[in-house]
Design a protein around this ligand. Structure first.
Ligand SMILES: [Zn+2]
Ligand SMILES: [Zn+2]
Length: 346
């Protein structure tokens, strides 16, 4: 049997998600299970109510922030193998958001890497993706079309700062996911020399505090709540994407509406959201990064969890790498983290 077929005998798609039989655990399960191993804290991967949870310390903290303390929580450190049942599990940085990890699963001399969500760009808020050679590489395919070629994020931040110079009286309202994107945008602004206070919608406060706790310097942040509208003229206000179109945003005086997302590459999506200033800043690998990653990881086979599976499988086939779609359900990367858009302000 080829290695991919052997791995398929112990790593299987179930209704709750991928299950590693020799360790008796599920990876990023979408329904409550006895033993969950979680790649990162986004709402479509980390859910509450499992019997026990193995994840990195920041991911556990994110889950506690959102769902309350989890029973049977066990913290994993990057690069330190943990024995789970008959398997070895090692958490390796995925470069996606704070605490995000790839899971290196080893059993009977074979190695599978479940990458979770990942990107290859520099992100000052989390350690970079590490390449781990393996027999089977399991990847997402959110942006697996050649049209998705994310520009340099510094250039996108420069466009935001340029707009602020052109419209010095208007509030720049920037939609950004609460976990990861908001903090990355803040740090990129600081790196570009923007030192004024940045205003936050209440739903972003908890995650920003958590990033600070883990040593990420975000500069001065202020809650929007209680500020007179006049004080927000000429300022940057960050909010969850959902808030861009709800009543909350109508309080702002002539806002310039911006949004930071890989989907902003598609003009139609920006229009639908009523976004005037689309910022193409993504926490997911783009088309070239997906192909580059497979070239570097050099796996015997690739399994694709969700997204544009056909396009990626085809391109990998041309490269001579056997690839198959798992078509996992429940992972929605358009609203990767929109859960927080509806959560009560914390
Ligand atoms: Zn994610
Ligand atoms: Zn995801």
């Amino acid at each position: 049997m080829n290695p991919s077929a052997v791995v398929a005998s112990w790593l299987k798609v179930t209704p709750a998600g991928l299950r590693a039989a020799p360790g008796n655990f599920w990876i990023d399960p979408v329904t409550p299970v006895d033993r969950a191993v979680i790649t990162h804290g986004h709402g479509d991967h980390a859910r509450g109510g499992h019997g026990s949870v193995l994840a990195t310390d920041p991911t556990l903290a994110i889950m506690a922030e959102r769902f309350g303390a989890q029973s049977g929580a066990q913290a994993a450190r990057y690069g330190e193998p943990i024995t789970v049942g008959d398997m070895r599990v090692t958490f390796v940085p995925a470069g996606h958001v704070l605490g995000s990890a790839q899971l290196v699963l080893e059993y009977n001399g074979l190695r599978a890497v479940v990458s979770g969500d990942y990107k290859r760009r520099r992100d000052p808020t989390c350690p970079p993706f590490e390449v781990t050679p393996c027999d089977v590489f399991i990847t997402e395919a959110t942006f697996a079309l050649p049209v998705f070629c994310h520009p340099d994020d510094g250039g996108e931040i420069a466009r935001l700062l340029h707009s602020m110079r052109v419209f010095p009286e208007r509030t720049h309202l920037v939609g950004a996911y609460a976990l990861g994107k908001a903090q990355r945008v803040i740090v990129l602004l600081r790196e570009a020399g923007y030192s004024a206070p940045i205003y936050l919608h209440g739903a972003l406060a908890g995650m920003c505090a958590l990033y600070r706790h883990y040593g990420i310097d975000l500069g001065e942040l202020r809650p929007v709540a209680g500020e007179p509208l006049k004080a927000l003229a000429g300022q940057i206000v960050l909010c969850p994407p959902g808030a861009l179109s709800d009543r909350w945003s109508r309080r702002m005086h002539e806002p310039v509406t911006a949004m930071a997302s890989g989907w902003m590459r598609i003009r139609q999506r920006a229009k639908q959201r009523g976004v005037e200033l689309p910022l193409v800043i993504s926490d997911h690998a783009d088309w070239n990064e997906l192909l580059q990653t497979v070239r570097e990881v050099k796996p015997g086979a690739v399994w694709i969890t969700h997204g544009r599976e056909e396009a990626l499988a085809h391109a990998l086939g041309v490269m001579g790498v056997p690839a198959q779609a798992l078509s996992l359900v429940g992972y929605d990367d358009e609203n990767d983290d929109d859960l927080t858009g509806t959560a009560p302000p914390s």
